[in-house]
Design a protein around this ligand. Structure first.
Ligand code: 2HA
Ligand code: ZN
Length: 274
């Protein structure tokens, strides 16, 4: 039995592979973090390094995540390589008792640090954990091409993106009835974009980063990957329809969106409907 045989590691690694297979992770693009359960941490302890790494301050604080452990992709690592070399590509980090620093307890055997977006992931975990009573465990960032394309042509508002995506596939209002948030273009990797994304994640479980990609959150890999996939596919359908060159002739009406929400028992964000 190795660390990478643990069921949670297998699922994490498969999710990285799935994202690569979708074409969302050119070079070192994208990042994935998972907040481990106490039982999962216990199942890993025998594999942890004898001596943990140094504490590294994050520049942000999530007091509700003090003492938690995360699996994270490494900064500069390629999703493409995760399944053939997980020990080089991934790490497990422990958070200190203030909720403002991490240290590596497993992985990144050839050196490195968690993803450059770790402050954003960490703050999103903090907000989504609070918003979902602890249910949220996964934050996933990918470079989804069709959705990125839409950030060049649609107004950068939560309402415009939510409506276009809901209208582009009948399942969408069921999968993300709360809509999506949109973060204007910013330099990635710092505290500013972390804070702006968090503001959106208080309300949404998905935040579009203009001209960059998408952040999604969820309780497990299937739901979270499924949300990324559904949003990107809706964007793709819209791009395909517009590419036919005659504009949108007909779409799902607002009463149609209401009817889907009603029949599937979800609460659609009414202020985005006419
Ligand atoms: O990890 O995707 O946003 C590379 C990125 C930064
Ligand atoms: Zn990115």
């Amino acid at each position: 039995m190795a660390m990478t045989d643990l069921p949670i590691m297998k699922r994490y690694i498969r999710t990285c592979r799935d994202g690569w297979d979708q074409g969302w992770h050119e070079r070192n693009g994208g990042n994935l973090t998972y907040r481990l359960t106490k039982a999962e941490v216990d199942s890993m302890r025998t594999f942890f390094n004898d001596k943990p790494g140094e504490w590294v301050n994050m520049g942000v604080t999530g007091a509700n995540l003090a003492g938690e452990y995360f699996i994270a992709t490494g900064s500069g690592k390629f999703f493409r390589n995760v399944d053939i070399d997980p020990e080089d590509s991934l790490c497990v980090v422990e958070i200190n008792d203030k909720g403002d620093s991490w240290r590596i307890v497993w992985g990144l055997v050839n050196g490195g640090r968690p993803t450059s977006e770790f402050p954003t992931h960490f703050m999103n975990h903090s907000v989504r954990c609070a918003a979902t009573n602890g249910a949220c465990r996964v934050i996933y960032h990918a470079h989804t091409p069709n959705l990125i394309a839409l950030t060049y042509v649609l107004p950068l508002t939560d309402r415009d993106f939510s409506r276009v995506l809901w209208q582009s596939a009948t399942e969408c209002p069921v999968v993300f009835p709360g809509g999506v948030g949109v973060v204007p273009w910013m330099v990635p990797g710092g505290a500013e974009i972390a804070m702006a994304t968090c503001e959106k994640m208080k309300e949404y479980d998905a935040a579009v980063w203009a001209h960059h990609g998408l952040f999604v959150s969820g309780p497990d890999f299937d739901t979270t990957f499924g949300l990324m996939h559904t949003i990107e596919k809706a964007a793709q359908i819209y791009v395909l329809a517009m590419s036919c060159g005659q504009g949108i002739r007909q779409t799902i009406s607002d009463d149609g969106l209401r009817a889907i929400a009603h029949d599937f028992g979800v609460k659609i964000k009414e202020e985005f409907l006419d």
